[in-house]
Write a protein that binds this ligand. Structure first.
Ligand code: SF4
Ligand code: SF4
Length: 364
């Protein structure tokens, strides 16, 4: 008995895994069987991928666009379709498209029809405008200045035809970001929040809520100083130095920078992570000060569509948006799109090279 207890004591505690579950357990059996042994793949029609294994097995993947924020009703509806017309296997892409795998070509048509009948488009493959990636927004985050998922939904409603067809010169990745400093990656076209006024400080709360040294350290241009206001420890901002980045707001919520009027949206163009045909590129600002105008953000949609359809008309086959702009030059880009070029487009702040994230390796 005593010996058994010693053995029991020596047994190591197994680590508690709190990350993503192992994806293999949810995979279609044909994918597990042929894991790492695929011969080739092609696309029989927009929205459908076809993989052929060395064993001769074939699998078809149907890609479906959703409204992004799925509630229980939508999830049940989609799962019922997948169980009835598919084979019960589904996965999500990094842009939150759903992908449903089936082992027979005959099942593809009825599956697409069932999704379309329920209002869900099939597409997003190849040279289409695939689903826009968006950051968490107000559902999960404490600092968003806009509803990134709402911008995505309203814009994808307008770009529906470009999702279900593959008629762009190359794939188009659009991204959104609901604050100016954190998530969001390099996009062919990116829609990002842009603050235009320094934060407003609620001095009554700073002493209770904020760790002042970490807030001071957070500012990339050293615009924040400790101060005593109304006899209490607080902070002050040198508004001439402040670049309105919003970095002080997450560690110190009383430094409110979100504003219904002065938090605007900006459009950036030409970023990409891929190494195909040209090097990864950083996106560049092309339109600023667009109103943050829910629920449909019409001003943002107008600028995005102007850029997108100019690119569609003018780019050569296989040029990404950034490649196209590099070839024609930025002056011609502004000429063709009709967007105004102002002195505010010129980035003359050299501090960014030392203190801001300068990596194109955040993938969306
Ligand atoms: S972009 Fe900013 S506000 Fe939006 S989810 Fe990420 S950290 Fe939060
Ligand atoms: S908004 Fe940015 S630049 Fe302005 S005070 Fe805050 S951290 Fe500094």
């Amino acid at each position: 008995m005593a010996q058994a207890q010693v053995v029991e004591k020596r047994k190591m505690r197994t680590p508690i895994e709190s990350g993503c579950p192992d994806g293999m357990q949810y995979m279609h059996p044909l994918m597990i069987k042929n894991f790492g042994n695929w011969k080739y793949h092609d696309r029989p029609r927009p929205g459908v991928l076809h993989h052929v294994a060395y064993s001769g097995d074939e699998i078809w993947t149907v890609r479906v666009g959703t409204q992004r924020q799925l509630g229980p009703y939508e999830i049940n509806l989609l799962c019922d379709i997948i169980d009835r017309y598919g084979e019960g296997y589904v996965r999500f892409t990094i842009r939150s498209n759903m992908e449903v795998m089936v082992s027979k070509w005959d099942k593809v048509g009825p599956l697409i029809q069932a999704f379309n009948d329920a209002g869900y488009p099939v597409g997003g493959t190849g040279n289409s405008v695939t689903m826009i990636s968006h950051t968490q927004g107000w559902l999960h985050c404490d600092i968003p200045a806009t509803d990134a998922s709402g911008v995505v939904k309203s814009l994808m409603d307008e770009l529906y035809e470009e999702f279900i067809k593959e008629e762009m010169p190359n794939r188009v990745h659009i991204t959104t970001s609901c604050c100016q400093i954190n998530c969001g990656g390099q996009g062919d076209i990116a829609i990002n929040i842009q603050h235009t006024k320094p934060p407003k400080i609620n001095h009554d709360l700073v002493a209770n809520v904020c760790e002042r040294p970490s807030v001071v350290a957070r500012c990339p241009v050293a615009a924040i100083r400790p101060a005593i206001v109304n006899g209490k420890p607080s902070l002050e901002v040198d508004e001439k130095k402040c670049i309105c980045c919003g970095a002080c707001y997450p560690p110190c919520p009383p430094m409110q920078i979100n504003d219904p009027e002065h938090s605007k949206l900006a459009i950036w163009v030409g970023g990409k992570n891929s190494n195909a045909r040209s090097k990864p590129m950083f996106q560049k600002l092309v339109a600023a000060g667009l109103p943050n105008n829910p629920p449909r953000w019409p001003e943002v949609a107008a600028v995005v569509k102007k850029i997108l359809y100019t690119y569609k008309k003018d780019a050569r086959d296989w040029e990404r948006v950034g490649d196209w702009v590099e070839r024609i030059g930025w002056p011609r880009f502004f000429e063709l799109t009709g967007l105004p070029f102002t002195k505010f487009h010129i980035d003359n702040w050299r501090g960014a090279r030392n203190s801001l994230n300068a990596s194109a390796h955040i993938r969306f």
